[in-house]
Design a protein around this ligand. Structure first.
Ligand code: HEM
Length: 234
């Protein structure tokens, strides 16, 4: 069995690694979005949810390490694939054509490296803002915890953050639209006849994730943090 490093050097290994890491990261964004939607739950739901995660101790560190490794492999191989394409075709095609196989050339597929690099900047700033951000402490049912709910709401009252997030979530949608299809196609090469189905499902998934995420800053900003979907402790 080839090692991770050997797999990262070969074309087939690279496709499989981007596919596997892409599927894992898609699962992460789905779980993260579902967790974030607790902002619209009861007054303390979001803080309790984040506190429960932070209380997982060593298990959380292991999951975070796995997530970081998955991101790093995905980014390294994504950049390697883009550089190789550029070397093979320095001037670019004027027109995209295929040999008759199902082709999914689109603005999403041609901009994967750019949307990916912007999302990388987004994630670094995002983790600094929230995970390492300066949250106040709050006491909920006798337990002290970080008031991440207020930090998120205060952050999205700032128009610069809100519009940066909305733009990045649209880019995430474009990245996922091609990424999901590409990952499943790389991992299930034998099943080309399902290409159209996978592409459609990937597009639906991308739209749901992008709009789910961008709804949060947009809703907070446009309601001034006081929309009826956000409950506050009385
Ligand atoms: C409106 C959208 C989003 C909100 C409100 C949000 C909120 C948060 C919060 C509050 C944390 C800190 C959790 C804690 O310290 O317990 C966090 C962490 C994180 N978020 Fe988001 N997030 C959003 C979108 C995204 C997106 C689109 C991605 C990836 C593409 C992402 C990736 C991450 C990562 C990697 C972490 C660090 C996880 C860890 O190390 O435990 N987030 N997010």
């Amino acid at each position: 069995m080839p090692s991770l490093l050997e797999a990262a050097q070969s074309q087939v290994g690279r496709k499989i690694l981007t596919g596997v890491t892409g599927v894992l990261l898609s699962l992460f964004v789905l779980v993260h979005l579902l967790g974030n939607l607790s902002l619209f739950g009861s007054a303390n739901a979001f803080n309790i949810y984040s506190h429960t995660l932070e209380s997982m101790g060593v298990l959380l560190y292991i999951v975070e390490l796995g997530l970081l490794l998955t991101f790093l492999i995905h980014i390294y191989i994504g950049i390697a694939i883009a550089l190789r394409k550029r070397q093979a075709r320095p001037t670019g095609y004027k027109k995209y054509q295929t040999k008759g196989e199902p082709s999914r050339q689109s603005i999403s597929s041609r901009t994967m490296i750019y949307t990916g690099l912007i999302l990388l900047v987004f994630i670094v700033l995002h983790v600094l803002t929230f995970k390492y951000g300066d949250a106040k402490m709050v006491t909920v049912e006798g337990t002290q915890m970080r008031d991440l709910k207020s930090l998120v709401i205060d952050t999205f009252l700032n128009p610069l953050y809100t519009f940066w997030y909305i733009a990045c979530m649209l880019l995430l949608g474009f990245h996922l639209r091609h990424g999901v299809w590409s990952a499943f196609t790389s991992l299930t090469m034998k099943y080309k006849r399902y290409s159209m189905v996978i592409y459609t499902l990937g597009t639906i998934f991308a739209i749901l994730i992008a709009f789910g995420f961008l709804f949060i800053p947009a809703y907070i900003y446009f309601t001034g943090g006081h929309g009826s979907l956000i409950a506050y402790a009385s």
